[in-house]
Design a protein around this ligand. Structure first.
Ligand code: SF4
Length: 390
């Protein structure tokens, strides 16, 4: 690996901070994130989280951070005073940059304007709502606690509370969903004029009740061909309305790309706290235990609650570089060459162009919609053909 590739691995710029809140009012049947319906250990969790954040400084010193992201789980279950406690641990541990991007994920079924206003005054400046659909029957299928009307009103409450940077998450390719329904969902999402929309296809994750229902034959997932058609429709609808498609599942108004998520996608450093949270710092990745009980007992014993660590090998770093850049729709062949001393053969680029998967301006591969659809295959093809520079 060249020194430049090492720089890609341990980026010197400010890091991101992720906080995982492991509680939900009700577990959604498709979700494999670590979260609990039982909130009895919530106070102990907040105390442990504060302790875990403070422990970071003893190991890594005071790092500068410019993004904060509360995810989960359901961070909007936090009372403003709980949020304030966690924030004071963050500001005692990190040097927070001026005007950080500060996102809090919200369940549309758990927000009210007063709470949102208090979050705003504590510095939260970006909200991300797990809307998923604007059809009540689809929301019921997904076992969400909110209905379509509450989703619309959550965004209105966010505006009333002064938020000018709002994301909504949508899910498509539900079993039996038609392209017409998908389009109506996207149109409704666009009509709310949020700054950002994320749209993910429904994934059947192992270990979820959805997976069990699919295995028993009770639910038939959307066929791959209709999922691909729907993805094309999502991309065209968003782009036609002026949103920038800046990551495989993410669209934003100009200037509103999520800075925190861009750290993940550009392999920049982030420190994460809470059960199951993943961190990446100094070329090393680690993840916390996915059990609140183990998390609490580790913290109580003064142990960092890490489940496992890995140091990325040079080939893993290269693989991730190519895939993560293609997921953002572009791969700079000159940068690849200078960072990793490898080049993409001309005939591979020509083949991708002829297949309608990308455009190429002599330096940057730009994926077409068709290319976005087959991003992982394209990444594998490029990686299998990399050669020494001519
Ligand atoms: S609200 Fe979100 S995190 Fe909680 S169970 Fe549902 S999808 Fe998962």
């Amino acid at each position: 690996m060249t020194p430049e590739a090492s720089a890609f691995q341990s980026h010197p710029s400010p890091i991101g901070i992720y906080i995982h809140i492991p509680f939900c009012e009700k577990k959604c049947f498709y979700c494999d994130f670590y979260s609990l319906e039982n909130h009895s250990q919530r106070d102990s969790f907040i105390n442990a989280l504060v302790k875990e954040i403070s422990m970071f400084k003893q190991i890594y010193g005071q790092r500068k951070a410019d993004t904060i992201f509360f995810g989960g789980g359901t961070p909007s279950l936090l009372s403003p005073s709980e949020l304030e406690l966690v924030l004071s641990a963050i500001s005692g541990t990190f040097q927070i940059a001026e005007n950080p991007e500060f996102t809090l994920e919200c369940n549309p079924g758990t927000v009210d304007t007063a709470h949102l206003s208090e979050y705003r005054s504590l510095g939260v400046n970006r909200l991300s709502f797990g809307v998923q659909s604007f059809f009540d029957d689809e929301l019921k299928f997904l076992s969400r606690i909110h209905n379509a009307e509450e989703a619309v009103s959550a965004v209105a409450k966010a505006r009333k509370a002064g938020f000018t940077n709002v994301n909504i998450d949508m899910i498509y390719a539900l079993p039996g969903q038609t392209v017409e329904r998908l389009t109506a969902n996207m149109e409704k999402a666009l009509s709310l004029e949020t700054e950002h929309i994320s749209a993910y296809s429904l994934i059947v994750e192992p270990g979820t009740p959805l997976n069990a229902a699919v295995e028993k034959g009770e639910i038939k997932p959307a066929p791959e061909s209709s999922e691909a058609d729907m993805y094309e429709r999502v991309m065209s609808t968003m782009e036609d309305r002026g949103l920038i498609h800046y990551e495989i599942s993410n669209y934003s108004r100009p200037g509103y790309q999520c800075k925190h998520n861009l750290k993940y996608w550009n392999a920049q450093s982030y420190a994460s706290f809470g059960p199951s949270a993943h961190s990446y710092l100094n070329g090393q990745r680690w993840w916390n235990v996915s059990s609140l009980t183990s998390y609490l007992s580790d913290i109580d014993a003064g142990i960092i609650p890490v489940s496992a660590r890995e140091t990325l090998s040079p080939s893993q770093i290269l693989d991730e570089y190519v895939l993560l850049h293609l997921r953002q729709g572009l791969l700079d062949s000159s940068e690849l060459e200078s960072l990793f001393t490898v080049s993409i053969p001309d005939d591979t680029i020509e083949e991708l162009q002829e297949g309608g998967y990308c455009d190429y301006n002599g330096q940057v591969i730009l994926l077409t919609r068709r290319g976005f659809r087959l991003c992982e295959e394209i990444s594998a093809r490029i990686l299998s053909r990399l050669a020494d520079p001519a």
